[in-house]
Design a protein around this ligand. Structure first.
Ligand code: SF4
Length: 456
């Protein structure tokens, strides 16, 4: 594996020589989850090493990368629309066009690209991302189209360059793939089986980040609490070890699976002062019947028991979650079970999704699909409940003092700064630029649906 990466560094060097003094630029378009964002940071790192500089002006870019996701239904239409827009630019500027990521692991998508978009230069999959320098070199030298997608589980490649999106918060992927095969989900088919990075590699990456001044780390994986570092080293061990790293002030993780949330992890969250006390615990549905159809392997009662157990073990713990509305066969009664769990847990944040069919999944073949209007009507009811809870929850913060990592200037108001509380609430406040990337204490003075207002 090391040799493979050394090879890629040689290609990066060769390309950097070819590109010398040319002032070339690249643009990247990322779809999907934080894991994909983290992959894009590696793609950016490789492109920078090849002598390209980042631009937001896609139309001016000499290299354009689309890092795709196939979890949402309309993603395909969006992608094909954007690739279509690139045709002219390619003809006029000779822009190199590379499409990678999860969608490229789906045969029907790659077939469509070949048929309708033959001007795409590089197609790479989730297991061949690290070979972008080699693929680019072949394009520059021979101008042959490259399709570099493999269907077997990828290896773990350490040591790729990385260009991070943020100066204070960083994501660190701890494992790849998933073994769970939830019936609605395409991820295990496109990202392969679970592979965990070595603890020493993860810890070294985080120590380096701390030395560079990063304060907050998010540990990423499709199912982080089945992390297996070898020789009995589990996710809880990793939490303890990351907690010891000087300079890191906040540790978050996404996503755990409720069925794998064991006592050792609960204890580690309690013991580790830097681990955030907002736990993302994907529910998906509150109905035991639907959960079974989803192959989630827990019941409504088990989920609620887990929440209760964490509440008893971890003072001030709060929860966020993911919910899918309108899974095949979901009855009004099932949906009310979901509302019931939402009421009981009183989540701090809920990521709500309308079920969408994904080709190749078990749920796509289920006959009892729910009509669109029913899905939307249920979604609106869930949204109304969640928003009323958020409003109530936000009131609790008024008058409290919160530790906030200052992230930068507010996007909506240049004169204000923005940061997040431990529970991931956005706080806007007046302050000095030198506070950016520091943890400060703020008194919360007012609340709004999507943010809180604070004062030093
Ligand atoms: S745990 Fe389920 S939802 Fe999450 S990635 Fe794996 S299969 Fe998909």
């Amino acid at each position: 594996m090391k040799n493979e990466i050394e090879e890629q560094y040689k290609y990066m060097e060769k390309i950097a020589k070819i590109n010398e003094d040319k002032q070339l630029t690249y643009a990247i378009y990322t779809m999907g989850c934080q894991l994909n964002e983290n992959d894009s940071e590696k793609i950016c790192g490789m492109l920078e090493n090849m002598g390209y500089h980042k631009t937001d002006e896609v139309k001016q870019a000499d290299f354009v990368v689309f890092n795709t996701c196939c979890v949402r239904e309309n993603a395909e239409d969006k992608l094909f629309g954007k690739i279509g827009e690139m045709k002219r630019q390619k003809e006029e500027r000779g822009t190199i066009l590379a499409i990678g990521g999860c969608m490229m692991q789906e045969k029907h998508i790659v077939d469509k690209l070949h048929k309708s978009y033959p001007f795409v230069d590089i197609i790479f999959g989730t297991h061949t991302l690290h070979k972008l320098p080699e693929d680019t070199y072949h394009i520059l030298e021979k101008r042959n189209k490259i399709e570099d997608v493999i269907d077997i589980d990828g290896q773990i490649y350490e040591g790729l360059p990385i260009k991070r999106n943020d100066n204070s918060k960083a994501s660190v992927t701890i494992m790849y793939g998933c073994n769970n095969f939830c019936t609605y989900c395409i991820v295990p088919y496109v990202r392969g089986r679970e592979r965990s990075r070595k603890p020493s590699d993860i810890l070294q990456e985080i120590k380096d980040l701390a030395n560079e001044g990063y304060k907050e780390i998010t540990l990423l994986g499709q199912n982080v609490n089945s992390y297996d570092g070898g020789d009995g080293y589990k996710f809880s061990n990793l939490l303890y070890d990351v907690n010891k790293i000087e300079g890191i002030e906040k540790i978050r993780f996404v996503s755990p699976h409720p069925k794998d949330f064991k006592d050792d992890v609960i204890k580690a969250i309690y013991d580790c002062d830097k681990v955030s006390k907002i736990i993302h615990l994907p529910l998906q549905s509150g109905s035991t019947k639907v959960l079974k159809e989803m192959n989630r392997r827990y019941t409504k009662e088990q989920y609620l028991e887990l929440v209760e157990k964490m509440r008893k073990s971890i003072p001030n713990v709060v929860f966020s979650t993911d919910i899918i509305v309108g899974f095949p066969g979901e009855t009004e009664e099932d949906f009310e079970d979901t509302l019931d769990v939402v009421k009981k847990v009183n989540f701090e944040q809920v990521f709500m999704f309308i079920y969408s069919r994904r080709v190749g999944t078990v749920a796509d073949k289920m006959e009892n699909q729910i009509p669109e209007e029913v899905k939307h009507e249920r979604f609106d009811r869930l949204k109304a409940l969640v928003e009323s809870q958020i409003e109530e929850n936000n009131k609790k913060y008024i008058g409290t003092v919160q530790k906030v990592l200052v992230e930068g200037k507010s996007k909506n108001n240049e004169n204000m700064l923005t940061g997040r509380t431990d529970s991931n609430k956005v706080v806007i406040f007046e302050g000095k630029e030198e506070w950016i990337n520091k943890v400060i204490e703020l008194k919360i003075v007012s609340e709004h649906m999507w943010y809180l207002k604070g004062e030093i």
